[in-house]
Design a protein around this ligand. Sequence first.
Ligand code: NAD
Length: 398
Amino acid sequence: MPIQAIKRKSRGFICINAHPEGCRRNVEQQVDVITSRRSPRLSGLRNVLVIGASTGYGLASRIAAAWGFGARTVGVFFERPPEGIKTASAGYYNTVAFHELARRDRLHTASLNADAFSNQAKSEAIEIIRRDFAPIDLIVYSLASPRRVDPDTGEVFNSALKPIGQPFSNKTIELDSEKVVPVTLEPANNKEVTDTIAVMGGEDWSRWIDALLANDLLAPAVRTVAYSYIGPEVTWPIYRDGTIGQAKKDLEATAQRLDTRLVTERGGRAWVAVNKAVVTQASAAIPVVPLYLSLLAPALKSRDLDEGPIEQMHRLFRDYFAGGSITSIDQAGRIRLDGREMRSDVQEDVSRLWPRVTTENLREITGFADFQRDFRRLFGFEVDGVDYDAPVETDLRW
Ligand code: NAD
């Protein structure tokens, strides 16, 4: 049993290890947010499947379902287990903490560490659900992945974060050197566009729903949701109008098709929820986004409007999944959780400061220090109350 003091190890900006105690506290804090806002306990969800359940929006969804509703949750994710003295990935330790807290609070839960795109993961999840979690009331699809192996042909698709049609030039934070530098991103070719849609579009979500329907594991009035992002115009060339945006449009079209199908077959519903930009492993990898997040957070905090994944998932679950009525949907049929981010006064702050940001004033006029800390916290580092000199067990299991 390796017991060791864990110091943050990075390759460039990315942390390549994780701290189990820091991850535990992160999960505990999210559970506290839900339990402190839950009065009375919400009803309407008994069995929930979360695909992409170990970090970011998926983990927050799982916590909102379990502690908000007392729901029994099945989580699917793809995380690195500990190996010898090498720590596990953060999502693995988050899951260890999730199970520990769920046991404490007598919440029934099961986790599957597998490639969600594969047929095998779907079969294994179906067996778990059939044994103990049927029928499913809600499926949350929250995968963020750089690649997907086609389960039928074995073809590998790699997603790209590129503009389409023409190069995009702007400024960005070079995260390793902490410099604000000009960046030009060359446009994607057709294959990069179709590959990104294959990874981050709606095909795999649809396959999950097909498999669950075929095995008769969905409850009457079942609901399913996948997450998307729109953001302000400054990010559109790289996000909404770029390769990832095409994948999100495919996800939205899939939601409409699934909605029609679920209404007919189960009296159910399918939606895309448009979430706010937050610091996660996925979002930090998108060029320009770290600068945007560094300007967005202070604009929201100064107005007391800031939310992390858990606060948003609390709102989503309370307003949309408790009881049967739908609070509000935009003209394209999407749930919108990004209203605070998109407020004109918030966006005016971002656009006013954007042209002024330089390497010299980065820490002074933006929230880059908080962005950096929030990023490290995703891996369990720089978490308040954790003694990073104290040895901890790293070979943990749930
Ligand atoms: P994240 O990186 O924190 O989480 C990704 C999850 O997917 C993890 O649980 C990971 O284990 C899992 N995963 C990745 N590949 C997998 C595979 N092959 N098999 C099984 N599990 C796999 O990402 P996130 O930022 O929470 O993103 C989740 C969704 O929310 C994405 O659709 C993203 O586009 C969307 N979204 C994110 C933001 C943001 O700012 N982060 C904003 C709006 C919408």
